[in-house]
Design a protein around this ligand. Sequence first.
Ligand SMILES: [Zn+2]
Length: 162
Amino acid sequence: MSIARFWRETPRRYNLGGSKCTMCGTVYFPPRSVCPTCAHHRESIGKMVPFRLSGEGEVYSFTVVHEAAEGFEMQVPYVLALVRTVEGPTLTGQIVDLAPEEVEIGLKVRATFRKLREEGKAGVIHYGYKFAPIEDRPERPPRGPRAAADVPASAETDRAPA
Ligand SMILES: [Zn+2]
């Protein structure tokens, strides 16, 4: 993605700014100017208002990515999830702060802003939302070697390479 396009999209990347149809109440992200849910689409023109998503939702589906796209090499394996937000729209994002084997359908998560990737030798760093577990679940005993004490919970992959 070009830097110019990225910056055009930045407000919604940072604010989760979508839109809401005041006719039927459906929330969209990314924002729409016409509501495809309303029976008569044209009636929704001018009735869409900005709406900021809370960023909270639950994992609807996910996959563990082992082969990273360019710029994500240092992050594998990572979990890419579909998150059904409490407001309705489904967002795609990386799950952070949790070992891949601990991610499960229905996991409660909240959007958090993290480095997405670095671009090329110029080291342009893109930020956007990722999803971290909401800390209201009971403490569970460590599962498997990845949860061992020598891998602190904060040892996620956003660090620059050494
Ligand atoms: Zn509508």
